[in-house]
Design a protein around this ligand. Structure first.
Ligand SMILES: [Zn+2]
Ligand SMILES: [Zn+2]
Length: 608
C-alpha cells in the first residue's frame, strides 16, 4: 500500500535526508532498485521453494510414479532417463532416500551421459527436477499459463530468511529515525505511524512528514487506519482497495473530473459509511462530478440528485422512476426506493429484544404489506462455543453463540469479524452450512427449472399431453437440436483470441429439434415454457408440486428469473438467494451468511 499511495516515496526521502547513519539518496531505500533490494530475494521479500510433500509421494519409488509432476509419470521419457542414469535406486520408496540423494534428484545440474548397450553410443542428459523447472521459467520466450500452473502447484512461497520479508538489504535496514528503521515503520498500523510522526519536529524533516501526515489522515478518515504500508494491495478487500484509490484521488489536484463508483459502501460498518460520504463530498467540493451506483439509504439521502430505476427487477424493471432531490423522492409513491426512504414500509413493530432463556411474548408484526404475522421471540438454552480464537488480530477470545436464533456478528471493517467466523467458528463447527454469494458451483450449467427439480415434472406433463416420448422434451437427450447438442449456441475457438459465442443457426437458440417445438401443451412448446419467468410459470401450471417448488424461488424475490436462464448469469445476490431457497425446507442446521445484503436494494433486504 505504501507504493500505491506514494507514502513510501516520501518515507524513503525522509530516511535518506534525516535517518542515521546517512548512507545516500532515497533509491538506497527502494526494494525496486538493485542498490536497496535484498540480495537474496532480489527485493521480492519471498522466495519460491519446492514443496517436497507435494511433489513426492513418499511411499512410492521413482518407477512407481513417486514424483508427482506429470513429466515424471512412470514410463515417461524423463523417468526412463533417470532409470538409465543409474544415479538412484529407482525401486526404493522415496521415503528411504538419503537427504543427499533427494537433493541430487531435485537440484542436480545437467549431467551428460552416454549409453553403449545398444551397440552404438547414445548421448542424453539428466538434470534435477527443480533445476529443469527453473531453467524453463528463465526462458525469455515465456511459458503457457497451463505449464506455469502445472509447475506452480509444487511450489510454495516462503518469507526470505535473509531480510525476513522486508525486501530491503542490510545497509538500508541499519538506518534509524527515533530508534526505528524503515521496515518497522512500514509494518506499523497507520494509526500508530501517525502518532510516531507527531514527535518529529526537526525543520529538515518537517515538510516531508507534513505531506505524509496529510495522506495518512485521509486514509484514517475513510476508516483504513488499521492498515499498514506493507500490506499488499492484492490482499485488500474490494471495498478497501476502492477507498485507497479514492484517498489517492483526494491527494491529487485534478478538477472537473467525473468519478464513477460502484457500490462504495459494500462491506462497510455504518460508522465507515459516514466517513465514505464525507470523502465523496470532499471530492465533489474540489470541483468534480461524482456518480455513485448505490443501494445504501444514507448515501441516497446525502446525494444532490437521485436517479431511481425500477420499479422492480428483471422484466418488471428498466424504467426511470424518478429524477430529483432525495427529499422529493420520499414523497414519490410510485418508487419503492422513495417508500423506503420515508420509512413507510417500516410501520410495523418487530420483536427486537432477546435474552438467553427469556419468556416468549407473542407480538404482532407487520412484516410485509398486507401480511400480518405473529412472531414469537425464540428461546434458546444451548450455545455453540468458539474457544481461544487468536487468528489474525483476535486476542485469544472465547465466544458463545446461541443456537436456534438469528445472531449478528458486527463491528467496523477490519475488527476481526471474518476471522472469528470464517476461520475459527467454521474450523470448530465444520457442520455449519455457509451461504455466500459465490456462483452456484456444480450447477452453473443448470437453470432454475433443473435446479429446483421441476423440469422433470414439466417434461412429464408435456409427455402426457402429447403422447410423445419424455426424452424428446429434454435438451440433453433425443429432443436436442443436433447442430448445437441442445446448447442453443456454438462456441468457436479463435486460437490466440478469446473464443466467440454464436447463436445456433439451426434452432435459433431454442435448443430443440423443430419437430419437438411442434408438440404443444396448452398452446405452448417446451421452449416457450423455458422462456417463461417463474411468476408466469406459477400461473401457467396447475401441478401442485411445480407450483410449490417455484413458489420457494418466488418467496426469495426471484420471480423474474426465466425458467431456462443459465444459473451462471445470476448476480452474487441472486445466487445467494437461490441457495437460501434450496435450504428453506430443511431443518436443524447452522447457517452462516457473509454480508448477505451486499448489493441488495432495501426492498430485497427486507425480504432477506
Ligand atoms: Zn530478502
Ligand atoms: Zn441448435
Amino acid at each position: 500500500m505504501g507504493t500505491v499511495t506514494e507514502i513510501y516515496t516520501y518515507l524513503r526521502l525522509l530516511f535518506s535526508r534525516y535517518g542515521l547513519p546517512t548512507i545516500g539518496d532515497s533509491t538506497l531505500f527502494s526494494f525496486n532498485s538493485p542498490e536497496g533490494a535484498c540480495e537474496n530475494c532480489k527485493g521480492l521479500g519471498e522466495k519460491l521453494v519446492i514443496d517436497e510433500n507435494s511433489i513426492f509421494n513418499w511411499d512410492k519409488s521413482i518407477t512407481q510414479g513417486g514424483i508427482r509432476h506429470s513429466e515424471f509419470r512412470s514410463g515417461s521419457r524423463r523417468t526412463n532417463i533417470i532409470i538409465a542414469s543409474n544415479l538412484f535406486d529407482v525401486h526404493k520408496p522415496l521415503k528411504d532416500f538419503s537427504r543427499q540423494d533427494l537433493d541430487k534428484l531435485l537440484y542436480s545440474g545437467r549431467l551428460v551421459m552416454s549409453d553403449k548397450t545398444q551397440g552404438f553410443i547414445q548421448k542424453y542428459s539428466f538434470e534435477g527436477v527443480v533445476t529443469g523447472i527453473m531453467r524453463r521459467r528463465a526462458d525469455r520466450r515465456g511459458l503457457s499459463s497451463s505449464t506455469l500452473g502445472r509447475d506452480n502447484k509444487f511450489f510454495k512461497l516462503e518469507h526470505c530468511d535473509v531480510c525476513q520479508g522486508s525486501r530491503l538489504n542490510k545497509r538500508a535496514r541499519a538506518v534509524l529515525i527515533n530508534n526505528k528503521n524503515i521496515v518497522e515503520l512500514v509494518n506499523m498500523e497507520l494509526d500508530d505511524l501517525y502518532e510516531f510522526f507527531k514527535d518529529i519536529k526537526h525543520p529538515l524533516a518537517q515538510p516531508i512528514v507534513a505531506k505524509m501526515t496529510e495522506m495518512i489522515e485521509s486514509l484514517k478518515e475513510i476508516g483504513l487506519g488499521y492498515l499498514s504500508l506493507s500490506r499488499s494491495v492484492r490482499t485488500l478487500s474490494g471495498g478497501e482497495s476502492q477507498r485507497v484509490k479514492m484517498a489517492r484521488q483526494l491527494g491529487c489536484d485534478l478538477i472537473e473530473m467525473l468519478y464513477i463508483l460502484d457500490e462504495p459502501t459494500i462491506g462497510l460498518h455504518p460508522r465507515d459509511i459516514n466517513q465514505m460520504i464525507t470523502l465523496l463530498m470532499k471530492i465533489r467540493d474540489k470541483g468534480n462530478s461524482v456518480l455513485v451506483v448505490e443501494h445504501d439509504s444514507e448515501v441516497i439521502k446525502a446525494a444532490d440528485c437521485v436517479i431511481d430505476i425500477g420499479p422492480l427487477a428483471g422484466e418488471k424493471g428498466g424504467k426511470v422512476m424518478f429524477i430529483g432531490k432525495p427529499n422529493d423522492l420520499k414523497q414519490n409513491k410510485e418508487s419503492l426506493t422513495g417508500r423506503y426512504l420515508s420509512n413507510k414500509r417500516h410501520s410495523g413493530k418487530r420483536p427486537s429484544r432477546f435474552k438467553l432463556g427469556e419468556e416468549a411474548h407473542p407480538e404482532s408484526s407487520n412484516v410485509d404489506s398486507g401480511v400480518v404475522a405473529t412472531l414469537f421471540p425464540r428461546i434458546t438454552t444451548e450455545v455453540l462455543n468458539i474457544t481461544n480464537a487468536s487468528t489474525n488480530n483476535l486476542k485469544n477470545i472465547s465466544v458463545d453463540i446461541p443456537t436456534g436464533v438469528l445472531t449478528c456478528i458486527t463491528g467496523v471493517a477490519g475488527s476481526g469479524k471474518s476471522s472469528l467466523i470464517f476461520d475459527c467458528f467454521l474450523e470448530q463447527h465444520p457442520q455449519a452450512v455457509v451461504i455466500d454469494q459465490s456462483p452456484i458451483g456444480a450447477m452453473n450449467r443448470g437453470n432454475p427449472a433443473t435446479y429446483t427439480g421441476v423440469f422433470d415434472r414439466i417434461r412429464k406433463t408435456f409427455s402426457h399431453a402429447t403422447g410423445k416420448n419424455i426424452g424428446l422434451f429434454s435438451f440433453n437427450s433425443i429432443g436436442a437440436c443436433e447442430k448445437c447438442q441442445g446448447l442453443g449456441f456454438r462456441e468457436i475457438d479463435m486460437h490466440f483470441l478469446s473464443s466467440v459465442t454464436l447463436i445456433c443457426s439451426e434452432c435459433e437458440g431454442r435448443r430443440y429439434k423443430k419437430e419437438v417445438l411442434g408438440y404443444l401443451y396448452q398452446g405452448k412448446s417446451i421452449a416457450d415454457v423455458l422462456e417463461m419467468t417463474i411468476s408466469e410459470a406459477v400461473k401457467f401450471f396447475s401441478d401442485d408440486e411445480i407450483v410449490r417448488r417455484l413458489g420457494i424461488l418466488k418467496s426469495v424475490g426471484l420471480d423474474y428469473l426465466e425458467l431456462g436462464q443459465s444459473l451462471d448469469t445470476l448476480s452474487g445476490g441472486e445466487a445467494q438467494r437461490v441457495k437460501l431457497a434450496s435450504e428453506l425446507h430443511k431443518k436443524g442446521n447452522i447457517y452462516v451468511l457473509d454480508e448477505p445484503t451486499t448489493g441488495l436494494h432495501m426492498a430485497d433486504i427486507e425480504r432477506l
